[in-house]
Write a protein that binds this ligand. Sequence first.
Ligand SMILES: [Zn+2]
Length: 489
Amino acid sequence: MTDIAIRNALVLDGTGNPAMEADIGIEGDRITQVGDVGPAKQEINANGLHVSPGFIDTHSHDDGAFFRHPGMAFKLAQGVTTVVAGNCGFSAIPADPNLDSARASGGILAGVAGEFTDLDGYFEAVAKGNPAINNMMLVGHNTVRTLALGYEKRSPTSAEMTKMKDHVRTAFDQGACGFSTGLIYRPGRWSETEEVIELAALANPYNALYTTHMRNEGDGLLEAVDETLRIGTEGNIHVHISHHKSAGRANWGKIRQSLDKVDAALAKGQRITLDVYPYTAGSGRMIEYFNLDNINRDLAEVIRIASCPAFRDYEGKMAVDIATAENADVTQIIHKILTAPKGDRTLCIHFIIDEADVETNLAHKDMMVGSDGIPDLNGQPHPRLFGTFPRVLGHYVRERGILSLPEAVRRMTSLSAETFGMTDRGQVKPGYFADLVMFDPESIIDTATYDDPKQEPAGINLVMVNGRIALQDGQHTRAGSGKMLRFRK
Ligand SMILES: [Zn+2]
């Protein structure tokens, strides 16, 4: 007999098809029927709500959060059932127990005492905590480079290159879905394009991805897109551009030219996809955005402090307001924070993106949704950590009409699952894993704001992960049914 029947649902199957009335039958961790379902041990009445595949967050930094917060409430409450971690060149793996893992992972593993060195070990360690959602991993360039040559501002020797390649190949052998770079960050920013091509090309025999936080997202955006397309062509690999944006007022609107380059390459047969977060502010480690000898005033003026171990009372405040209160210049405030003890752990939010560019991005057919949320629950994090997916469906689909509901769901589910090689996920279809979200398209909305960011969204009634109910009517059930996913394409 069927374990669970979800009845009276409007099913969005994830492929872009319009919603259709159907029941969904589930046995164990899989969907067994979509249509008429006989008697079941457990009945769930959807009462006409929509049911779609669980959302896939293609851009997460949750590698360490799986240890710190295995309940992953900030993702689950958004309807997210799977994340891709290891983005922007920083990944939990590989890890060298003799090195500072927090540094090699770009802070992702700060405070997490890992016993693992590779993906198999990491997955085993995460699974012990019974995580609420599924995890697929990338292997990060900054991390492997730090393991091979530390923070040296030079190209790797051939021995170091061999070491880096061994790490990347091992990760692919164990099921990583791609190789990620963060070419604005240290130490990735010191690498030549040729180094990246050589490493990214290792994805080819696995049919895996190259994902990138490009070398420049502002004045040099178009050149950075050219570099990315070249890496894809010369490495003969699928490239995925992370959090596509045009940063800084002087560059607003350039997103159109950037997408034109992508479209021209797509027309020539190159494999390219992208993701975006639905907000006009970025967020990250503040030390990476400033030169201490010459603090950029334009940037300082749009900085908000998210998390600041040195000055907790600055959290949630704009740097300009702190400067006014302390009768100081805004550049002095940035300098003071970054040079204080633990100042390098400061996370900031920077208002650098144009709203029109967010909409242009979301209108592109190969644009997925990635939160880029940084799961530091101390301080006042960027609201994207809690609000990304409901914000797309509530604000950009319902209120703004930028894309249709079935299309938005496709780009949060089947497109992401296919691209990132998640077997039997991303569709409501017999034989597929029962990762499902039940929501009301008329009321779904993010409630997290910059002033009050740790708020779970509204309009999501139920989330199921691998056939187990993980969230129902606002209650996290702690079913712990998430799985560690290995790439297969
Ligand atoms: Zn990034």
